[in-house]
Design a protein around this ligand. Structure first.
Ligand SMILES: [Zn+2]
Length: 164
């Protein structure tokens, strides 16, 4: 069975970025805990899925995505001040730490503390991998048709997916 829309795909991957000419390992999914996702449901980077089209169980893959096709170019204007009041009695976060934040629509995102000024903590809102070319390699472990219910819900059920 070849990877196509409405398949549930399990795969291993290693993700590397290039930093100052060196390949740096960022994260991985292993055979024991593969990444399981509903192909074509818009959960993954579109170009990531595009590179996997037509592969079958047992196939190895290796490809790179430009920053633009990955998490976007780095935007040096995407720095926002958080008023110090926001932290109340809590100690101010350290420079370089990652803050879990919530936007007005309830979406979760992470911001990295870049500096602390008089009355505000400045955070970088870029995705941590923004501006980086992404290098992926791994193996396709399983491809199966999604169930009606999975398609309705738009996500995978069972192992590696939603347990409900
Ligand atoms: Zn569900």
């Amino acid at each position: 069975m070849k990877i196509d829309n409405n398949n549930v795909v399990s795969l291993t991957y290693d993700l590397y970025v290039t930093e100052n000419g060196d390949k740096k390992h960022v994260e991985s999914a292993t055979t024991d805990q593969p990444l399981v996702f509903l192909y074509g449901a818009g959960m993954m980077l579109p170009k990531f899925e595009e590179h996997l089209t037509g592969l079958s169980i047992g196939d190895d893959y290796s490809f790179s995505l430009t920053a633009e096709d990955g998490y976007g170019e780095y935007d040096d204007k995407a720095v926002a001040p958080l008023p110090k009041d926001m932290f109340g009695e809590e100690p101010l976060p350290e420079i370089g730490s990652i803050l879990p934040l919530q936007d007005n629509n309830g979406g979760h995102f992470q911001a990295r503390v870049v500096s602390i000024v008089e009355d505000a903590v400045l955070v970088d809102l870029n995705h941590p991998m923004a501006g980086h070319e992404l290098h992926f390699n791994g193996t396709i472990k399983d491809v199966r048709p999604a169930t009606e219910e999975e398609l309705e819900h738009g996500h995978v059920h069972g192992e590696g997916g939603h347990q409900h």
